[in-house]
Design a protein. Sequence first.
Length: 158
Amino acid sequence: MALVNKKTVIVSLLCMFVSVTAIAKPHNGQHRGMELGRFVEKLDLSEQQRTDIKAIQADAKQRYKALKDEQGESASGEQLAELMKQETFDQGKFEQLYDEKSAKKKQVALIRAQSMHQMYQLLNEQQRAELEQMMQKHKEKRKMRKQKHKQKRDSAEQ
């Protein structure tokens, strides 16, 4: 009985992991990624700032692509799904694949943070203040949408 429960838990975790990684994939170029970059585009930038920001974004895009190409050779949902088909579950292999995916996510976050920092450093004080205001408004709107969604969900449950 304990073996059945253990297998059920493992299958559930694997399915959850595979579904989360599927959700996290890019959305055919529609996923905007660098939020700061979107806000920066709305500021009154000099031509030099625009050029520098485009170069930073192009560099980040190239680094993402290189990472994605490298990722194709490593852990994938298919490899994780193959673990399910084996006669015995290989926990070591699962942990290895999961660690590889986690390392890639960390690298993506690092590229994003470095790019955002570089773009922020190009702004003057007035632009930084405007950017902070835009980001604060965005945060408030997101919070309102989240509350509205929660209320809608709560009323649907009743």
